[in-house]
Ligand binder design. Structure first.
Ligand SMILES: Nc1ncnc2c1ncn2[C@@H]1O[C@H](COP(=O)(O)OP(=O)(O)OP(=O)(O)O)[C@@H](O)[C@H]1O
Length: 237
């Protein structure tokens, strides 16, 4: 199986007063074609810094990040921060196509088709983001990430702000789109239940290091690192 991304021995530090604080410590892993790779770890362990490093938003001190496809598109926990509140959903979805000089007719067709794929009605496409529910807004950000044909997504806690029923719907949608479009998704979450349901493989991160990497079933059945064991002990049976 081919890789869409390789992260090789990456280190990232932030400035803390006069000192440098090392936040990512010698991180290596790959994201394969057509898989959902989970990244789990407690708050502050460096998950968001890792996604910023992959996108080139923070400088890596050491190591190498190799992309084999177009740069990934992000899906965030709170789509409000990433969706322009002053524009209607259909305008937001058309915008990247407009930049690529796609004709008006084709833009329209692609937006309607993508709306349908993510479960948004034509009427919802005519609303502003603020006139949608949290789950519907997350559908918009998924559509916005996919409309340019990107095959690689980074989803940073995409369902954490949603209540359980809506969470389930968005998770099902992401799995369905992943299978249908052959996507690769780096799925960041602090919630092991969500990771278990969504991911093919899992990276467990602690204090800026990868503690463990395993196929999902194997990781839940036979965790290798004491830290993963501890995380799993916290789960209801
Ligand atoms: N711009 C920055 N400058 C200095 N320190 C930072 C910066 N961004 C993050 N940090 C620190 O780096 C560490 C890792 O932060 P990061 O946001 O990557 O963690 P996280 O695992 O994504 O946490 P959460 O799950 O709470 O979002 C934290 O100690 C954080 O305080």
């Amino acid at each position: 199986m081919k890789n869409v991304l390789e992260v090789k021995q990456v280190c990232v530090s932030y400035k803390e007063g006069k000192h440098q604080k090392e936040v990512l410590k010698d991180i290596s892993f790959e994201v394969r074609e057509n898989e959902i790779l989970g990244l789990v770890g407690e708050s502050g362990c460096g998950k968001s810094t890792l996604s910023k490093a992959i996108l080139g938003f923070v400088k890596t001190e050491k190591g190498e990040i190799v992309h084999y496809t177009k740069r990934p598109q992000m899906i965030f926990q709170d789509p409000f921060s990433s969706l322009n509140p002053c524009k209607k959903v259909e305008w937001i979805l058309e915008e990247p196509l407009r930049m690529q000089k796609v004709s008006k007719k084709e833009r329209r067709e692609r937006v309607l088709a993508m709306g349908e794929k993510v479960g948004l009605t034509r009427e919802q496409l005519k609303r502003y983001p603020g006139e949608l529910s949290g789950g519907q807004r997350q559908r918009v950000s998924i559509a916005a990430a996919l409309i340019q044909g990107t095959k690689f997504l980074i989803a940073d806690e995409p369902v954490s702000a949603l209540d359980v029923t809506i969470q389930k719907q968005i998770m099902e949608l992401m799995v369905q789109l992943q299978e249908e479009l052959g996507l690769s998704i780096l799925f960041i979450s602090h919630d092991l239940n969500v990771i278990y349901q969504m991911c093919d493989r899992v990276l467990v991160m602690k204090d800026g290091k990868i503690e463990e990497e395993q196929e999902t079933e194997a990781l839940f059945a036979n965790p290798r690192s004491p830290y993963t064991k501890l995380l799993l002990e916290g789960l209801p049976k």
